[in-house]
Design a protein around this ligand. Structure first.
Ligand SMILES: [Zn+2]
Ligand SMILES: [Zn+2]
Length: 153
């Protein structure tokens, strides 16, 4: 997961720039989302947040995620529904990537390609479509699971 943002502004800055109140609890949540090294779901986020401030509750987590989504600062992903209806969140980076989900071990890999960017341009040009968000997910078996399976046979 990339930590690069399109601007150098932090989530907290973007949040207050919109005139939203940045409480201490929200600041903790924003910091965790910003420094996340994997795709977090709401429960995972709540757990990490509680390690830092035990008063943070589920409602605060959901409300904060909802605001960040509306502001276009984070993306919501379902990652091939590997874990049922769980949703995952990641900070928007300006560089679109494809998510590769392993059905066997649950690992999520990120893949960037100029071809993906070309495809977006092509869609915009040929369809005259103004693209706001692109999401692409690929499900299958990761290279580690492929290797492990071929050894077993
Ligand atoms: Zn990602
Ligand atoms: Zn795997």
């Amino acid at each position: 997961m990339s930590t690069a943002t399109p601007t150098s502004r932090s989530l907290a800055d973007a949040f207050t720039a919109k005139g939203l109140r940045l409480t201490a609890q929200r600041r903790v949540l924003l910091e965790i989302i910003e420094s996340a090294t994997s795709h977090l779901d709401a429960a995972g986020l709540l757990q990490l947040a509680r390690d830092r401030d035990a008063r943070i509750n589920r409602a605060t987590v959901y409300r904060t995620l909802e605001i960040l989504k509306k502001l276009g600062l984070i993306d919501e992903l379902d990652l091939m529904h590997l874990n049922g209806e769980k949703h995952y969140y990641e900070i928007r980076t300006g560089r679109d990537h494809i998510h590769l989900a392993c059905f066997e071990c649950g690992r999520i890999e990120e893949y960037e390609s100029p071809v993906f960017d070309q495809l977006k341009q092509e869609i915009a040009q040929k369809q005259g479509f103004s693209i706001g968000v692109v999401r692409m997910e690929v499900g299958g078996r990761c290279s580690i699971c492929v290797r492990a399976n071929s050894r077993e046979q």
